[in-house]
Each structure stands twice: as structure tokens, then as C-alpha cells.
Design a protein around this ligand. Structure first.
Ligand code: AMP
Ligand code: MG
Length: 520
């Protein structure tokens, strides 16, 4: 391993089509180290995210040859001021001490149609926080991060975004020799719980306060108003804001069957974004105990535990900013909010999956609806029914049933009409009994409208491991086209995309053997 100091040599001055600001840098040198990315051999575009570029109204030139070098870390965009930031954190429940951007280099904030966006080059070389790591990211994990960022966005789930993916033949040693890649990722802020834990652990309250003030001023100004709910305490309001965003994020993850895999506090975004895509997985068969990270021997981050882990992580954040809130009772009271907010958000999300959201579901019926959800989940768990397929088939069946009912309102319901749903389970009597309860709750005259709504809520396409794996295998042979195909499906996962049915199918047998390594 190359243990030379991180690269501080000036790289060639280069293109300037973005307008940069550097508000984080105003915090001062305790928060970061200025340094340049390490050049990457023979970079080549593996993916350019035209959708994101257009959303941000960044010019075409962002994807020209000069920018290929800039987004690979071989040249600097004029006006950018690269740096790596320091943070700490709890990993797998243990205090891990100082971590920091070990391989992500911040270029600064670029003005965009959606406000200033921070850009990071992930895999752009060693930093003072690399702790013996090589500062690189392999093509395999970079493809997964690129695609999953955009898949989450397509699903309407808050996430960091991915602007580009640059591949290189440069060898990188993991379990075997792989090749390097750099993802340019984009977010309004990459602040993590761990940034706060860092200064708290150092007992540096002055820096802690500066960091919190920075976050409030530039990213969460609504905290000033929210402080009215918390005795005028703006730091309590900050915790409350993060608590609410995290609760809502977790509800969305659970509702779509997403397992993050490494919910360490340093991977938790202050803005409630999905952050740091590693061994994540969209579940195939539904199993609340599902563990997607093969290094997670205790199952700390199993699917069903994610909401509690998020609470635990919020507790860590609360402890770290407690000196700012300066009122223990108030701090605990803010945290309590999660215990009502998360179940409420999950309840709403699951009811929406059943088409029972909105006007069709008066407040008084929430409890009964939740029982309906629980019983269905129990049934699905017993047989590990395919999560995505089940909800999608249920949505389709509702549309079909709705049509049939409009044509012949008097015809009784027939089990055969639900075949696409009941075919997914062995215990058909149990599912049939559930379907009868569900139908009675919904009212058959509402099926058609509910079905349409459900098709906008239950995706046809998610980034299953085997889909990513196929794109990875082809990319390793130099063919990046499957990345684009997947991106096209995943950016609008609720659309039918005729001709691409195979991408919505059950995973093939070989997918069972896939072990998603934590190494990246
Ligand atoms: P992660 O588990 O990916 O969230 O990373 C945990 C910590 O290890 C962070 O500080 C990362 O920056 C750092 N890290 C992970 N992989 C590498 C690498 N290949 N080189 C340097 N630092 C790394
Ligand atoms: Mg991380």
C-alpha cells in the first residue's frame, strides 16, 4: 500500500462552468484539511447523469472531456477548493473515535437551480483521515452507489445524488484485485451525525456551536421558527428537525424494503438523506430479520432493526449537542418525538401501499388499517414472499378488479381474479381471508381509483442485487450500457416500461449465491 502523504501538489487549472462558494470552509481549519485529489490513470466515463445535470441546470460542458478529468480528480474546476472534512462516530454500537473523509474529497458548493449543491469525489485518493486505507473506491461499489442514489430518488426517498461515474484501469486491492472508479456525488450538505460527535468528543464546545450554527444558517433555517416549540431553544429545534427527517426517512426505507446495511452514526445524514451506499439491499423475499451486510454477524442492522438503530443514532447526536441545548429534560423530550413520529410515518406509508391513504382513510380507521398491515406482513414473512412483486401485483389486481366491478357490479369476488397475487403464496386460504377483509375495508367501488394510486406508490422496479451485479459484470468487461439501462428504469420505477418485464421479475437462482461484500 502506498503510504505517501496525501497529494497536495497543484493539479492543472481547468474548466470553469460552475459558480462556487465555500461556506463550510469559513468554519476554519479545525474542520477540514485542504488537499487535492490524487490523479487517476486513464479515466473514462462509465455514466453521466443527464437527468440530474438538467435538474440542477448545470451546463452541458459538465460532461465534456475537460470535466472528465476534473470529475476523475486529475484537474481542478476553477473556483473549487478541494478538502476533506473530519468526523468521528459509533460503528456497530461502539465508539470508533476519529474517522473523517478517508476517500471523499469535497470540491465546494456549486450554485444550481436547486440552490447550492456540495460536490464530492468519492474514491479520489488518500486524505489525512484515510487511516491506512488507499483512498480509492472500486468500480463494483461505485456502480452500486451511482445506481442506488438515483433509484432512491426515483422512489421519492431523500438521498444524496450521483452526477457521474468515472472508471479507470488503475488496480485496487480488495479481496481480489479490482479497478478504481470515482463517483461525483451531490447533496445540499454532506454533514453527518459524526461531524457533531467529533467536536463533542473533543470537548470543543466552541467548534460544536459553530458547526450547529452553520448547519442552521445554511441548511436548516426553519429551526429558528421551530424553536418556538422548544422554549426558544434553537439547538433543541435542530435536534427535532433531524429527528423528524430521520423518522420519515426510516419509514420510507421500511416501506420499500430497503436495508442500508451500515447504519453507523458516521453514515447518518444531518439532512435525513440516504447516505453512503455500501452493502445495501432491496429485499427480495420479505424477512424482517434480513441482514444484507455479511460482516454484520449480530444482525445489528437487520431490516427490522433499522428504525430502532436510527433512534439509537439520534440519541448519539442528542448526546453530542446536549451541551448546546443545555437542558437535559428538553433534550429527552425532543427525542421522545421519534416514538410517535416514526410509527405514524410508517403507518401512513403502509396504508398508502394498500391504497388506503388520503380521503379513503379517516383518522378513526388508522388502527384497524394497521392491523390489516401487520397481518399481511406476518403472512408475507412466514413464506418470505417477494416484497416488491407482491405489492405491485396487488396494485395491478386492484385495477383489474375495479374494472370488472364497473362492468358487472353485482358479480361476487372470485379467488381466480386475484391469481397474480395468490400465486405468490402457498397458504392461499390465509391470503384469501386477508383479501376479503381488505376488500371489505376498501369497498369494491373504490378499487379502481385505489389501484391507480397504488401503482404510483408500489414500484415495479427496484435495484435488486442481481440487477446491479449484471451491470457490474458487464462493466468489468468494458461495457457500461447496462448501467444506463438500469438508470432509465429506476429513475421512473412506477412506470410500466414495456419490454423490460424481466427486470421486475423474481431474482434468478444464481442471485442466492451473491454475497455483497462490505469492502468497497
Ligand atoms: P464506511 O464504512 O464506508 O462508511 O467508511 C468508514 C470510514 O472508513 C470513513 O472514514 C471512510 O472515509 C473510511 N474509508 C472507507 N474505505 C476507505 C478507503 N478505501 N480508503 C480510505 N478510507 C476509507
Ligand atoms: Mg461512511
Amino acid at each position: 500500500m502506498d503510504l505517501s502523504p496525501p497529494n497536495t501538489a497543484a493539479t492543472a487549472a481547468e474548466p470553469s462552468v460552475l459558480e462556487w462558494t465555500h461556506r463550510f470552509k469559513a468554519l476554519g481549519p479545525r474542520f477540514f484539511t485542504a488537499l487535492h485529489p490524487t490523479p487517476l490513470a486513464a479515466p473514462r466515463w462509465a455514466a453521466k447523469n443527464e437527468v440530474l445535470r438538467a435538474e440542477l441546470a448545470w451546463p452541458d460542458e459538465v460532461f465534456d472531456d475537460e470535466h472528465l478529468h476534473a470529475l476523475a480528480g486529475n484537474a481542478l474546476m476553477r473556483g473549487s477548493e478541494p478538502m476533506a472534512t473530519v468526523y468521528s462516530g459509533h460503528q456497530f454500537g461502539q465508539w470508533a473515535g476519529q474517522l473523517g473523509d478517508g476517500r471523499a474529497i469535497w470540491l465546494g458548493e456549486a450554485a444550481s437551480a436547486q440552490g447550492p449543491q456540495e460536490i464530492q469525489l468519492k474514491g479520489a485518493g488518500r486524505t489525512p483521515y484515510s487511516r491506512g486505507g488507499d483512498g480509492r473506491a472500486v468500480l463494483r461499489s461505485s456502480i452500486r452507489e451511482y445506481l442506488c442514489s438515483e433509484a432512491m430518488h426515483g422512489l421519492g426517498i431523500p438521498t444524496t445524488r450521483a452526477l457521474s461515474l468515472v472508471a479507470s484501469p488503475e488496480p485496487v486491492r480488495r479481496e481480489e484485485i479490482e479497478t478504481a472508479a470515482v463517483v461525483a456525488r451531490v447533496a445540499p450538505s454532506f454533514l453527518r451525525f459524526g461531524h457533531f460527535e467529533h467536536f463533542s468528543a473533543q470537548g470543543d464546545t466552541e467548534s460544536l456551536r459553530a458547526l450547529a450554527d452553520h448547519a442552521i444558517a445554511h441548511h436548516l433555517p426553519q429551526c429558528h421558527e421551530r424553536a418556538a416549540l422548544w422554549q426558544g431553544n434553537v439547538y433543541a429545534a435542530l435536534l427535532d428537525e433531524v429527528q423528524e427527517r430521520t423518522a420519515k426517512l426510516l419509514a420510507q426505507w421500511q416501506a420499500v424494503g430497503f436495508c442500508h446495511g451500515v447504519m453507523n452514526t458516521d453514515n447518518m445524514s444531518l439532512l435525513g438523506l440516504t447516505l453512503d451506499y455500501g452493502p445495501f439491499q432491496f429485499m427480495d423475499g420479505f424477512n424482517p430479520g434480513h441482514i444484507c451486510n455479511h460482516s454484520d454477524h449480530q444482525g445489528r442492522y437487520a431490516y427490522g432493526r433499522q428504525p430502532n438503530v436510527a433512534y439509537w443514532n439520534l440519541y448519539c447526536l442528542a448526546q453530542s449537542i446536549a451541551p448546546l441545548i443545555d437542558d437535559q429534560d428538553l433534550t429527552l423530550a425532543v427525542l421522545e418525538g421519534y416514538k410517535t413520529l416514526f410509527p405514524q410515518a410508517l403507518g401512513d406509508a403502509m396504508r398508502a401501499k394498500l391504497g388506503l391513504a388520503g380521503a379513503l382513510a379517516p383518522e378513526s380507521e388508522r388502527e384497524g388499517d394497521w392491523k390489516l398491515v401487520e397481518d399481511l406482513m406476518q403472512l408475507m414473512a412466514t413464506e418470505q414472499v417477494d416484497f416488491t412483486l407482491f405489492w405491485r401485483q396487488l396494485s395491478q389486481a386492484m385495477v383489474q378488479q375495479g374494472k370488472a366491478h364497473t362492468q358487472q357490479p353485482e358479480t361476487p369476488m372470485d379467488l381466480a381474479h386475484w391469481a397474480t397475487v395468490t400465486d405468490l403464496v402457498l397458504d392461499r386460504p390465509a391470503l384469501w381471508a386477508w383479501l376479503e377483509r381488505y376488500s371489505a375495508r376498501a369497498g369494491r367501488e373504490n378499487f379502481a381509483a385505489m389501484g391507480v394510486q397504488m401503482l404510483r406508490t408500489n414500484p415495479k422496479f427496484v435495484l435488486r442485487n442481481h440487477l446491479a451485479e449484471t451491470a457490474i459484470r458487464q462493466a468489468k468487461l468494458g461495457d457500461f450500457s447496462e448501467i444506463e439501462t438500469l438508470h432509465n428504469l429506476l429513475k421512473s420505477p412506477f412506470d410500466e416500461h414495456p419490454g423490460f418485464e424481466a427486470y421486475a421479475d423474481l431474482p434468478p437462482d444464481w442471485a442466492n449465491q451473491l454475497e455483497i461484500s462490505c469492502s468497497s
